[in-house]
Design a protein. Structure first.
Length: 479
């Protein structure tokens, strides 16, 4: 066993995450000592102590000095981070589970929680991160004073533009000695957190690193560790290598991109999505479906992304109607969280397509939520691609992929590619997603949106090159 004969101390062991970690460590042969205000039934031994008191802190310090401790995980709260000195080089004592021995161990802790042990194990995340308002991201410091100051500053700055927020957030993080970024929220929150984590260690102006409107300069230094905790299902931003930021002057969404920007850890718990309102559930869910479908039909797909995309498409197709109808449908919420994760992994390793090619300029030029843009464009793009493929290359792989999609979503073995596009259109209408005209997009805007969409990097993955007339017809159908 990996931890045979080792001793692990977990503060805050009685909570949901603490219980999960106790079971994981014990299953690998470790002896687990829990420290909490109440008994921890999963630990081998519990020391009753309140770390909010001097006597409680004295108790755990005595424990650490009187025994050989191979691992200490502080789950009592980030305010205690840094209180425990490292006694030996191989000991990993941190303020959070993310540094538990090695990433592989952590993933064994996190993924079974979602797939096998039921939802809600992350329900005590507030005790780990401190008070968090949804949607919100915070940068945490090993300094208690720095933590409070930064959190307050970020709350005040949330109304500013994403680029300004990323720059000012990273400046404040450096000033207060922050060495860990945690993002809790939807895709834009996670992307802002990624940007801050990168800019803490890379100090040039943010536009030097931005694509399209900047110099696209590569990051010279690795970002500080970054934890992504998505509360939507969704964008899949918790497993992608870029941060999408709005450049307000140019009215376009652009990326800060680097292979170093993959989150250190993604914590995916479907229970965090239970309270999503119906409209957000629908639009983000359709975005998740899109991000599985586009890599699957993409000209850049591969066997690994195909496997992820197939699973994500099946899950989303089966769960979307149910989860919008009943947000407390636990199985549907779980399927959507997994579909979103599959989509993020697939798009990060293949290309997207015309849906996202349009979504980027639309999100910059109009106040259209990304999920709404993807939802409304999904069926028109599918119909246009199928029609173009059938006319130009009827034996193409792309058309065969659309036919496979049709059979997955309709459940019919005889479904044609066109049937899949019709199924998607009916789904979007049934879920009540607003048309793009609701956000001010007019027929007179089609030409300039198409012009920008043609240059979008996502268009490179579309299974067929659509001409301007076809692109204009797609956009018109979504207005």
């Amino acid at each position: 066993m990996r931890h045979e004969g080792k001793t692990a101390v977990l503060t805050g062991a009685a909570g949901g995450i603490g219980s999960l970690l106790c079971r994981e460590l014990k299953s690998e042969g470790a002896t687990v000592v829990g420290v909490d205000r109440v008994d921890s039934p999963e630990a081998d031994e519990t020391i009753i102590a309140d770390l909010a008191t001097q006597s409680g802190l004295a108790d755990i310090c005595n424990l650490l000095s009187s025994r050989r401790v191979d691992l200490l995980v502080n789950l009592a709260g980030m305010q205690y981070f840094g209180l425990f000195d490292r006694q030996e080089p191989d000991q990993i004592w941190t303020g959070y589970v993310v540094n538990l021995i090695a990433p592989a161990t952590l993933m064994r802790c996190v993924l079974p929680q979602m797939q096998a042990r039921g939802d809600g194990q992350i329900v005590n995340i507030g005790s780990v991160l401190g008070a968090v308002n949804y949607p919100y991201f915070a940068t945490y410091s090993s300094s208690k004073a720095g933590l409070r100051g930064l959190s307050e500053a970020l709350r005040r700055e949330l109304g500013k533009s994403p680029i300004a927020l990323a720059e000012q957030g990273s400046e404040r993080a450096r000033e207060t000695g922050c060495d860990l970024v945690v993002a809790v929220g939807g895709g834009s929150v996670i992307d802002a957190g990624k940007a801050i984590a990168a800019l803490i260690t890379n100090r040039a102006p943010v536009r030097d690193y931005l694509e399209v409107v900047g110099r696209a300069q590569p990051l010279a230094e690795r970002p500080v560790p970054f934890i992504a905790i998505p509360t939507t299902a969704g964008t899949g931003a918790e497993v992608t290598r870029n941060a999408v930021l709005m450049a307000e002057e140019e009215r376009v969404k652009v990326s800060l991109r680097s292979p170093f920007m993959l989150p250190t850890v993604a914590l995916v718990d479907p229970e965090l999505t239970y309270s999503l309102p119906r409209d957000v559930t629908a639009s983000t869910g359709l975005d998740a479906l899109t991000q599985c479908l586009e890599p699957f039909v993409s000209s850049k797909s591969n066997p690994i992304t195909d496997a992820l995309a197939r699973d994500g498409i099946r899950r989303a197709a089966g769960a979307l109607r149910r989860v919008v109808r009943d947000g407390r449908d636990v199985e549907a919420r779980r399927d959507m969280s997994i579909a979103s994760l599959c989509g993020g992994l697939a798009l990060a390793n293949a290309k997207l397509g015309a849906v996202h090619g349009f979504a980027a300029p639309l999100g910059g030029m109009f106040p259209v939520p990304h999920g709404v843009a993807c939802a409304r464009l999904l069926a028109p793009v599918a119909a246009a691609n199928v029609r173009a493929l059938r006319e130009r290359t009827p034996a193409s792989r792309g058309l065969a992929r659309y036919q496979e999609v049709a059979r997955m979503v309709t459940g019919r073995a005889d479904a044609l590619a066109e049937d899949g596009a019709e199924w998607l259109a009916a789904l979007v209408e049934e879920l009540g997603v607003p048309r793009l005209g609701t956000y001010g997009v007019r027929a007179s805007d089609v030409g300039r949106v198409v012009e920008q969409a043609k240059r979008a990097s996502s268009m490179q993955g579309n299974p067929v090159a659509l001409n301007e007339e076809e692109l204009a017809e797609v956009l018109g159908a979504a207005i």
